[in-house]
Every structure is written in structure tokens, then in C-alpha cells.
Design a protein around this ligand. Structure first.
Ligand SMILES: [Zn+2]
Length: 234
């Protein structure tokens, strides 16, 4: 795994920005809406995204009482399966988003030798590694491109694996079947790998469908249908 060089951090500025964030949250606290919902949580989206700080939850809009967010390295269902299922089966969010991204560090690390990492990191990287092995097996793709493209393709197919894994759960598949749940796979192209600009979001999978032309025909999904685009097809 790569380690970042130590950089000089202005801790005073860090705590100041933290203070500003807390004060802004307190000031903007949506008490009226919260009261209307009987002070409970009523999220609309279960989100599984990579913990990478360039993948902020607010890509998908307001967070408070709207997004039930699960984040881990490499956006793996298995790492936090209970939390994901809690969002789907108990909070009954009508939408589940699995979000991967270009040049994912977890995917790079899972492709490298990580035996010297602490056990906690090894455990989570092993889950990513298994997903990538399955990605290779099920897609039949070789992923022998230059690194930027290779890791982004792997990230895309890794999102497919998460959606397939969810669909293999009978209770989840039943909700999808009854049209009470939509499983949406997306890729955040931080690095302009897809070629339409930096920081663009693409739809790569809906309920297991990964044919871009078919995804584009889901016009009721608006922008998400327009943005159907993939690096891989299989
Ligand atoms: Zn990542």
C-alpha cells in the first residue's frame, strides 16, 4: 500500500473548520421536518460508497435523515453486510446506491501484496480481493490495460459484484421484484477516465442490468439514464 508523506497540517485551521461545520449544522438543523417524522429516521437512500474522502456522501444531495450511509474501503457489501441489510430490510429505503470510483486505492491495494498490513486492514482488503477475483471470473475480462484504466474497470465490475451479491439475497431480490427497491450502481469518475470530464458520475448498473443501451432507455430515471455509460461490457 502507498503511504502518504507527512505534510504540515495547520491544526488551528482544522479545528476552526470543524467548529464552523458544527455551528452550521446546529444552525441549519431541520427541526420542523424532524418533528414531523416523530424524531425518527426515515431515509430514502441506502448508500454503500467507498470510504475515500473524494467520494463524499453529499454527491447525492442532502444527507440528514435522507441517506443511510455505509462507507468502507472498496465499497464492499460483505464488510458491512448487516448495516446495508438494515437499510434495505428495516428502514425500507426504496433506493440502494452502490458507488465506486476511478483509481480506487482499496482496489489497487487489494491487487498488491498486503500481507504486512495489520490484520484489520488485511481482512477488509481480502474481501475486496475476493470480489475482484470474482469480477475476473464472471466477466471473463483480463484487465490488462494501463493502470488508470485497469483500476477503474475493476472498480466498475466490483460495483456489479456488489449488486449481484445483494440480488442473491432472497429478501432483497423480493423487494426488487416487487418494485419496492431499486439497486443503482454508479461510478464516480474523479480522474476523467471515461473521457467526459473530471468528477462526473455515470450509471453502470440497475438491478443487475449492465447494458448501457438498455440503461439509457430507463428514461423515467432522468439524468441517471442519460449518464448510463461503462468502461467494460460482458
Ligand atoms: Zn476507493
Amino acid at each position: 500500500m502507498s503511504h502518504h508523506a507527512t505534510i504540515e497540517v495547520d491544526k488551528a485551521a482544522l479545528f476552526k473548520s470543524l467548529e464552523q461545520g458544527i455551528l452550521a449544522f446546529e444552525k441549519g438543523f431541520p427541526l420542523e421536518d424532524f418533528k414531523k417524522g416523530n424524531y425518527g429516521q426515515h431515509p430514502l437512500i441506502t448508500l454503500l460508497t467507498c470510504a475515500d474522502s473524494r467520494m463524499p456522501v453529499n454527491i447525492f444531495g442532502d444527507i440528514f435523515n435522507r441517506i443511510f450511509s455505509v462507507e468502507n474501503i472498496g465499497n464492499q457489501v460483505k464488510t458491512n453486510e448487516g448495516s446495508v441489510l438494515y437499510g434495505l430490510l428495516h428502514l425500507h429505503t426504496p433506493l440502494m446506491i452502490v458507488a465506486g470510483h476511478s483509481d480506487c486505492g482499496a482496489i489497487k491495494a487489494a491487487e498488491s501484496n498486503f500481507v504486512d498490513e495489520p490484520m484489520g486492514i488485511r481482512n477488509e482488503l481480502s474481501i475486496v480481493k475476493n470480489s475482484l477475483e470474482e469480477a475476473r471470473r464472471k466477466s471473463g475480462l483480463s484487465f490488462d490495460d494501463e493502470p488508470g484504466l485497469k483500476f477503474s474497470k475493476l472498480a466498475e465490475v466490483n460495483v456489479d459484484r456488489q449488486i449481484d451479491y445483494l440480488l442473491a439475497n432472497y429478501a432483497v431480490a423480493d423487494l426488487v421484484e416487487k418494485n419496492e427497491l431499486l439497486l443503482l450502481g454508479v461510478m464516480m469518475d474523479l480522474h476523467n477516465i471515461y473521457g467526459n470530464g473530471y468528477g462526473m458520475l455515470y450509471t453502470s448498473n440497475i438491478n443487475g442490468e449492465r447494458n448501457s443501451s438498455i440503461l439509457k432507455s430507463y428514461s423515467h430515471l432522468g439524468l441517471l439514464a442519460d449518464r448510463a455509460r461503462r468502461l467494460t461490457s460482458y
